[in-house]
Design a protein around this ligand. Structure first.
Ligand SMILES: O=P(O)(O)OC[C@H]1O[C@H](OP(=O)(O)OP(=O)(O)O)[C@H](O)[C@@H]1O
Ligand SMILES: O=c1[nH]c(=O)c2nc[nH]c2[nH]1
Ligand SMILES: [Mg+2]
Length: 167
């Protein structure tokens, strides 16, 4: 996916991300209970920690996926590590009672692959773009497809030129 010239930017601070992840937890509290959380690395690690704390879930698993290599650059999707059978056995077969957490859904490619691994799990993201939205059960904020979300762990304080153009 090449970066479109009209790409909009949506920068998210730590504070805003914490609030949005906590809002997600409030919504998920009504959708649970969940026996375990599967976070989609790496972006899902941060909201998963916040959601698991709020919902008192202590069984945490990862599914390790690699997809994007830069802003708007989606490469071949690779599952580097799948989901342990301990998470999906017995009454949790197929992902029943399992919560999958990711930071966002964009094209839905990642969510589709992870869903195939545990189809009965509940899929939650903090942010969603229109293409991926149908693949997510619960999310908090939708942004347009041509928006790139900048997460606090990918950004830092930097000089911004003033509106009038001078320094
Ligand atoms: O809906 P999609 O188009 O598949 O995009 C969404 C995925 O892309 C990002 O992960 P990325 O592959 O960049 O890896 P990261 O989480 O390690 O940053 C993001 O964290 C989602 O997992
Ligand atoms: O940091 C990110 N922001 C995004 O908008 C996005 N979409 C896919 N992958 C993404 N990563
Ligand atoms: Mg990711």
């Amino acid at each position: 996916m090449a970066e479109a010239p009209s790409q909009k930017h949506f920068p998210v601070s730590w504070d805003q991300f914490h609030r949005d992840a906590r809002a997600l937890a409030w919504r998920l509290a009504a959708a649970g209970p969940f026996d375990s959380v599967v976070c989609v690395t790496r972006g899902g690690l941060v909201p998963a920690a916040i959601v698991a704390r709020e919902l008192n879930v202590r069984m945490i698993e990862t599914v390790c996926v690699e997809s994007y290599t830069g802003i708007g650059r989606q490469g071949e999707l690779r599952v580097l590590k799948g989901i342990s059978e301990a998470i999906t056995s017995g009454s949790n077969a197929g992902g029943q009672g399992v919560l999958i957490v990711d930071d966002l859904v964009d094209t839905g490619k990642t969510a589709r692959v992870v869903r195939e691994l545990i189809p009965k799990a509940h899929f939650a993201t903090v942010y969603a773009k229109p293409m991926g939205r149908p693949l997510v059960d619960t999310f908090i904020t939708e942004v347009s497809q041509d928006t790139w979300i900048f997460f606090p762990w990918d950004t830092g304080l930097a000089f911004v030129p003033p509106i009038h153009g001078g320094a």
